[in-house]
Write a protein that binds this ligand. Sequence first.
Ligand SMILES: Nc1ncnc2c1ncn2[C@@H]1O[C@H](COP(=O)(O)OP(=O)(O)O)[C@@H](O)[C@H]1O
Ligand SMILES: O=P(O)(O)OC[C@H]1O[C@@H](O)[C@H](O)[C@@H](O)[C@@H]1O
Length: 458
Amino acid sequence: MVAAAAAERVVAELREACAAPAARLNEVAAAMEAEMRAGLREEGGSKIKMIISYVDNLPTGNEEGFFYALDLGGTNFRVLRVHLAGKEKRVQRESKEVSIPPHLMSGSASELFGFIASALARFIADEGRSNVFEDKQRELGFTFSFPVRQTSIASGTLIKWTKAFSIDDAIGEDVVAELQTAMEKHGVDMRVAALINDTVGTLAAGRYNDEDVVIGVILGTGSNAAYVEEATAIPKFEGELPKSGNMVVNTEWGNFYSSCLPITEYDQALDEESLNPGEQIFEKLISGMYLGEIVRRVLLKIASQSMLFGNINHTKLKTRFILRTPDISAMHHDETPDLRIVAEKLADNLKISDTSLETRKMVVEICDIVTSRSARLAAAGIVGILRKIGRAVPGDERRSVIAIDGGLFEHYAEFRQCLESTLVELLGKEASRSVAVKLTKDGSGLGAALIAAAHSQH
Ligand SMILES: Nc1ncnc2c1ncn2[C@@H]1O[C@H](COP(=O)(O)OP(=O)(O)O)[C@@H](O)[C@H]1O
Ligand SMILES: O=P(O)(O)OC[C@H]1O[C@@H](O)[C@H](O)[C@@H](O)[C@@H]1O
C-alpha cells in the first residue's frame, strides 16, 4: 500500500539518523570526557559548566537531627522534614509535594520564591508547636535543579533557566538570597545551610547507603550528572584544598554538544522552537521532557507524507508536547495482542483512530528507536565520566556505583534496561562486573538534609 510504504520510509530514515552503535557511543564518551577536562580547566572552558559544588565531604551515616529540605525540580516542588538518626540510619520523612503552577515558570522571581516560602510556612504551621527545635533555628537544605554558579556551600547565582522555566529577573541573582528574602516576608525563621543541585543530592543519598557511589545521575524531566572529582584535578578551583581531597562536581551535562551526536531533523526543529534554542542539546536528546515530543514530530511527518492514519484532523498532532513521555512509555510497554493501549493513546492524545495492527506496531517501533537512542546516549555519558575518573577501566578492581534518580529512569523499564545493557556493551563484560547502577530515590530530599546536616551550625 502506498501509505504504508511512505511511512516505512520515514521510519527507516529515523532509524538510520538515530543509530548509536558502540563505535559512535565511544566517540560520545570521549567527547564528554574531553569537555569535562575543558570545563574543569577554566570557567567557560566548555559548554558543560563543571560547577564546583563546595560539597567536599559526603555523608558518613552518623548524621543526626531534624533538617528541612526544599526540592525545586522541573515539574514538581516538595517540602520535607527529615529526621536523621545516626548509625541506625532510620530516616523518617514527612513531605508535601505540590505541582508547580505553570504560570510561575514564566512569572517573576518574587512570585516563584514567594510561592516556595508560603508552602514552607504552611508546612511548618501544620507541624504545630513541636518542641524539637526549642531555641535552635531550623536548618534547610535547598535542592535547586537548575544551573547555578555556586559561590559557597549555601550561595550561588542562577546561570540560566532550563526545561520549562524562563524567569528573566532571576538570572544572575543569588537563589539563596531570593529564598531568604521570601522566607522573611512569610515569617519563616530558617537558615539555608546548603544549596545543592539534585544530582549532588542523589550522589549524597546514594553514598549514605553505599560507600562505593561515585556518580549521581538524574534522568527525569531534565538530565544531568554529578560525580566525585579529586580536588587537585580541578585547575580552576582557587579555594583551599579540602581535607578530604575530594570535591563533588555538578557537570551540567545537559548542555553537552558534539558533532558525533546522532541528531535528527526532529531534534533540530524541536530545539529551534524551544524556550532555549541552541542550549541543552544533550538533554533534549535524552530527557523525559522531550522524548514524547520527538515521537509526536515523527508521527506528524508520517501524517503529512501519507494517509496512513486516514483523513484526520491534524490539530492535535500539531500541538507541541501533547504527547508526553509517560504516554510513549505506556505504548512501548503495551503487551496486549492487539496493542489496545497504543490504540487508546493515539485516539485520546492525537485523535488518530481505527489504526491497523501494522500501524500500531510501527508506532511502537518509533517509540523504541527514540527511547533506545536516549538510553544509549545516557550510558555513553556515564562511561565518559567513569573514564574521566579512571574507573571501570582495565586493571581497576574498585567497585563503582552510579546512583540514578528521576521519573524517566524509575518508570520507563525499557529505557532502564537499554541503559544498563549499553553500559555492559561499552565497558565490556570484565570491567562492567565492577559497575553497579542503583535507583536512588529522593536524593533531592534526603541528600539535601544530609548535606545540610554536614554544614549545620548546631
Ligand atoms: N511512567 C513514566 N514513563 C516514562 N517517563 C515518565 C513516567 N512518569 C514520569 N516520567 C518522566 O519523569 C519526569 C518527572 O521526573 P521526576 O524526577 O519525578 O521530576 P523532575 O525531573 O521534574 O524533578 C516527567 O517529566 C516524565 O518525563
Ligand atoms: O530533576 P530535574 O528537574 O529533571 O532536573 C534535572 C536537571 O535538569 C537540567 O535541566 C538542569 O540544568 C540540572 O541542574 C538538573 O539537575
